[in-house]
Design a protein around this ligand. Sequence first.
Ligand SMILES: [Zn+2]
Ligand SMILES: [Zn+2]
Length: 141
Amino acid sequence: MMSDIRNCPKCGKIFAFLRSPICPACQQLEEQEFELVKEYIYENPGMNMSIVSEETGVPIEKILKFLKDERLELTSESENLILECERCKRPVRSGKYCDKCKNDLETGFRKEFGIGNIHSGPAGGKNSNKMYTITRIKDQK
Ligand SMILES: [Zn+2]
Ligand SMILES: [Zn+2]
């Protein structure tokens, strides 16, 4: 079987496609950039995104991509390097959503499919409290 030959979207060179959408050379470059950013953040905690970008020569979009892919996770000292939750715009360290939204989305997902709190625990104490609060707020309106 012939290998899948493609044009690299970054440098335009032809390469045999395996798993990565970009050619091995560009992939290697990206890997180097990733290491550079990782090292820089590790050695200089607390720097903000534009400084990291300037110092490493890696574009901010790329640093963001590393973060969103969850390859790069911020330490507590690097909180200036902020990502926004795509749902509520709160700062997140890694990924697309903050912990709260991740949770909300998961709960919503479960509700949608009718897999409810019934299975979540013996008494379901916390959940029933929450339900009560929501009902009460609605009643007050
Ligand atoms: Zn390439
Ligand atoms: Zn959020």
